[in-house]
Design a protein around this ligand. Structure first.
Ligand SMILES: *Cc1c(COP(=O)(O)O)cnc(C)c1O
Length: 396
């Protein structure tokens, strides 16, 4: 039975390889951090993790994870509504709401599930979702699972958003949905304007803060802090898998009736296991740390400013960013791959992206800064970029 299907898969995989789109996985044999060890034994500086606050291997979180296991065990063996809710889960949900200035929170196994399970329980064919064209795959899938009418606007283009809101005017309920930070460029859409347009045309706003939480805003409270509109966005989704410790877990936080309805009807919540106590307890400790000090955010912002300043000085073409993502524009796909490979030789781990991950002719290297980076790490990366950039004729 399998022979024909196997042949089909082998052909498909070959076509992925022929197109140069086959993804290899680099094996790391150390914890995640500023410096990591590859399987080859090579130690490299890591500039491609979503470890923005440097918490992925933080001793406080490891300690809290162990304590969570000691007091509440290893796994929950249940969905939330049967016997998978502990006092820790409720406490973490409260902490997340306090962090974002929202009313209530619902946890998921991942942000992918939070986005996958947010639209279908809330909206029907009478309603409309107005979605940024560059939104994350999980938002796109969530929208597909829902019967609401779909409208797409040009990325972060508030004029086009307004046109789409006008086109959607007959819908009963409307939701504008956008990433808080677009991960390939690092820019933040004008969420203040989005809320204004929402008020004008009777639409709610949902922001996916996966790349912005912990990073954007003076204290990392995300885009609603940046635009001084805390509490004015109806729904926020996010991940515990990036800034917030990097382990696993997602959430939706926002208006309490919305969260209440999601607990009743959201399928990835109802039909998937509860987060393990170690992750939840580490999450609680993480949000306590965010309240105790702004050190990590301050360091991340200083690191980002320093790195980008030096890269611009060196003559690199850097996309305007309001996050810890720094896109070094190269425009040429092959160059992006050659440059990333040469940088790895120099001990700097970054990824080159090209079509279809980014638009045709917009190839780049994406650098992600972290509070885990020390000045000497940044300087080493900057000098490697200078050396390789000159070698490959990217800068003079
Ligand atoms: C990473 C990411 C997700 C997925 O997060 P997980 O918790 O890993 O599932 C969702 N949305 C956006 C915008 C992301 O960047």
């Amino acid at each position: 039975m399998y022979d024909n299907f196997k042949e089909h898969l082998v052909k498909e995989i070959q076509s992925i390889k022929d197109a140069g789109l086959y993804k290899e996985e680099r094996i790391i044999v150390s914890p995640q951090g500023a410096e990591i060890t590859l399987e080859s034994g090579q130690k490299v500086l890591n500039f491609c993790a979503n470890n923005y606050l440097g918490l992925s291997n933080h001793p406080e979180l490891i300690k809290a994870a162990k304590e969570g296991m000691d007091t509440h065990g290893y796994g929950m063996s249940s969905v939330r509504f049967i016997c998978g809710t502990t006092d820790l889960h409720k406490k973490l949900e409260r902490k997340i709401a306090d962090f974002f200035g929202t009313e209530d929170t619902i946890l998921y196994a991942a942000a992918f599930d939070a986005n996958g399970g947010v639209f279908e329980p809330l909206l029907t064919e009478e309603d409309a979702i107005i979605s940024d064209e560059l939104n994350h795959a999980s938002i796109i899938d969530g929208v597909r699972l829902c019967k609401a009418q779909r409208f797409r606007y040009k990325s972060a283009d508030m004029e086009d958003l307004e046109k789409q809101l006008i086109a959607a005017k007959d819908a009963r309920f409307k939701v504008i949905v956008s990433d808080g930070v677009f991960s390939m460029d690092g820019h933040v859409p004008d969420v203040k304007k989005m809320v204004e347009l929402g008020n004008k045309y009777g639409a709610m706003v949902m922001i996916d803060e996966s790349h912005s939480a912990g990073v954007v805003g003076e204290t990392g409270r995300g885009v609603t802090e940046l635009f001084d509109i805390r509490g004015q966005v109806e729904m926020i989704t996010g991940t515990l898998g990036k800034s917030f410790g990097g382990a696993i877990g997602g959430f939706t936080t926002g208006k309490k009736e919305i969260i209440e309805m999601l607990r009743q009807r959201s399928r990835p919540y109802l039909f998937s296991n509860s987060l393990p106590p170690m992750v939840v307890n580490a999450g609680i400790r993480m949000f306590e740390m965010m309240d105790e000090t702004n050190e990590l955010q301050d360091k991340l912002h200083a690191n980002t400013d320093y790195f980008i300043g030096k890269m611009k000085e060196a003559g690199f073409d850097i996309k305007p960013t309001q996050s810890a993502i720094c896109a070094v524009m190269l425009y040429d796909a092959k160059l992006s791959q050659d440059m990333a490979a040469r940088l790895l030789d120099e001990g700097i781990y970054v990824i080159g992206f090209y079509y279809p991950v980014v638009p045709k002719g917009k190839a780049r290297i994406r650098v992600q800064l972290s509070a885990a980076h020390e000045k000497e790490h940044l300087d080493k990366a900057i000098s490697a970029f200078n050396k390789v950039g000159k070698e490959l004729g990217v800068i003079k």
